[in-house]
Design a protein around this ligand. Sequence first.
Ligand code: MTE
Ligand code: MO
Length: 528
Amino acid sequence: MAGGARGRRFAAAAAGVAAAVLGVGLGELAATLMWPDASPVAVIGSALIDAAPSWAKDTAITLFGTNDKLALIIGIGIVLVGLAVIAGLVELRWPPFGVAAMILFGGVGAVAAVTRVNAGALDWVPSVVAGAGAALALALLIARVPGRLKVAPIPMTERATEPEPDPAEQPTALQRRTFLLWTVGTMAVGVLAAVGSSLARAGVHAVTAVRDALKLPAPAVPAPPVPAAAELDIPGLAPVVTPNAQFYRIDTALLVPQVDPAGWTLRIHGMVTTEVTITWEELLALPLQESYTTLSCVSNEVGGDLIGNALWLGYPIRDLLARAAPTAEADMVLSHSIDGFTASSPLEALTDARNAILAVAMNGEPLPPEHGFPVRMVVPGLYGYVSATKWVTELEVTRFDLGTAYWTTRGWSARGPIKLQSRIDVPRKAQGLKAGETVIAGVAWQPTVGIAAVEVQIDDEPWLPATLATAISDDTWVQWMLPWTATAGDHVIRSRATSKTGEVQTEKRTRTDPDGASGWPERFVEVF
Ligand SMILES: Nc1nc2c(c(=O)[nH]1)N[C@H]1C(S)=C(S)[C@@H](COP(=O)(O)O)O[C@H]1N2
Ligand SMILES: [Mo]
């Protein structure tokens, strides 16, 4: 049987996969030599991200959290292997349609590449290289499938099973060895090209080197030190300042944009009296201010961890906007990222007294590349998707009824003030708990408003006031705790915050879309 139809089909499938691996490898190599952003896998992934509806974003975040991008790449890989197997089988049976399919896949990548925001004129090249390489490899490999009939291809219309070749034409050991050698060789070249290019990219990360060598100016207005009483230091409770390495990351960028500060500018335009452009040098020469601000994602579920608090260094956006002098009818600033992402912030939020800044540093170091190096926006009180534009390059002053931001076109609200929320950190989920003295603790936030109180309810007993830590400021979350004598059995713990304006965190559960989740967090614990 191995030499028969099934053996040939298996060989053809392997040929398809080997050809695809070679194509992807060559495409990645071409992209590395030209422009990493034009990588065929990256452009297709980015196109999928941009095309994905809002429920898909939330599902991906729920399933994979901050690993959503890795999951996407693995998903693309699985689909690609499937398509490659089909292309191989098709080429065996109905040449040259399998080869044509490979060229088509390259074409899809090329279209995805040139339709991207900021696409370069030659961005289609890596995808075409990938498609052409895979097509050529497939033709060569299929021609070497052991025992393949050297007769005219079977017409598409003919459904009859492929005739068995004459026993005299059964594949020889030499034919098998040749095919194996070609297939393994093709795959090896593809893998080498892919691995080589990713190593080369890691080595040539000029921007990382630039970032490492940066000396940021001292703040003209330093943040007051964090009060000692802001950190309750309870094991399992989120630290009041989130280290950069632990800070959540959410964005649509499959490859972290590599922005060289030397070439960075920010252009303020649109409904302004004077257009303003500022360079990196000019920005750093301005008196920079430090502020602690808690950033939260609109996709954060009740109890979720898409939230963090950091010390930011930057320049007030209000002072830059003042130079441009927005006209009277403007009510929104559409900030643009180098990667095409946009966010719609109310003009008001960028010009009132809050610390809305163009940030250059996070917790005392230049912004990490994945958090927006060299410059991002940080605006207290607004969800990230309407304010925290990373790799920001443009502030377009406009109106809500004229401009639409990235997530607004995908079903999310145009405005996104952060909702009053609290979270229970300890006891942790499914933590075995012994009866006796323990502690319940968490965080609560409503940036720009501030937290006045947190209450905790155990089972259906009356609400108990928790002890609040000292808040760093009204723009940050605040830790809270409540001692608890745990009794054996199953318990449910709930929390609710009260803001400084007297609002009580609503019990009403809502989904994250279109403008952020609400409801009381609940923690179920089993005490032994
Ligand atoms: N360029 C760009 N900026 C972006 C985004 C993005 O997709 N692209 N996502 C926003 C969203 S939805 C959030 S919640 C914050 C997250 O910032 P972080 O990754 O630094 O935590 O960045 C915002 N800025
Ligand atoms: Mo977000």
